[in-house]
Design a protein around this ligand. Structure first.
Ligand SMILES: [Fe+2]
Length: 185
């Protein structure tokens, strides 16, 4: 966590709050994993500095959703934490970081329409190399409901968790696992 990400997080979270401590621990774990993935994907020329910062901010919207398990008592359903984080970071003037918040959930327009999700009707899937790497890293960690926040799931366990959320997410996750050499092609 550097001064830039620390300042934004501090603006919205008290470090001693449950939500604040989960957010920071989770985001640090994701950042570490994302940097590890990026290290093995040098041929794709990922922006390391951006990956580290955007990993710290990808879940910044959680305080606006209702998820008491992780100390969040906002009004919105959990599925909106990405778009809410995006809106927040856009207001702060950080458009590139904002996109990571929206896209790390891997939700397609089709799913939004079919399931009548409370989200704008557009694809919310990672597009850039950096977005892909952060999204992939994120799926190796929970926010503490299942186990310790920093506990890293095995590839099999991460796949199992992702598969509960449907075929599209599983397909996208498998694509990322292969692209970033976390499973054999
Ligand atoms: Fe996350």
């Amino acid at each position: 966590m550097n001064a830039f990400t620390n300042e934004i997080i501090k603006k919205y979270y008290s470090p001693s709050s449950k939500a604040g401590s989960i957010l920071v621990s989770h985001s640090k774990a994701v950042a570490k994993k994302a940097l590890e993935i990026a290290e093995n994907a040098k041929h794709l020329n990922p922006d390391i500095g951006f990956i580290e910062e955007a990993s710290m901010l990808h879940d910044i919207g959680i305080f606006l959703v209702y998820s008491p398990d992780i100390g969040c008592y906002g009004k919105d359903p959990y599925v909106r934490h990405g778009i809410l984080g995006k809106e927040l970071l856009e207001k702060e003037g950080y458009k590139d970081y904002a996109s990571v918040c929206e896209r790390h959930l891997i939700i397609t327009e089709k799913e939004i329409v079919e399931n009548k999700l409370p989200l704008p009707e557009r694809d919310m899937v990672p597009v850039s190399i950096e977005e892909e790497i952060i999204t992939l890293a994120d799926k190796f960690f929970s926010k503490g409901v299942e186990k310790d926040v920093t506990y890293e799931r095995s590839v099999e366990k991460a796949r199992e968790v992702v598969s509960k959320f449907g075929e599209i997410k599983t397909r996208n996750f498998d694509y990322l696992l292969k692209k970033y050499n976390l499973i054999r092609k």
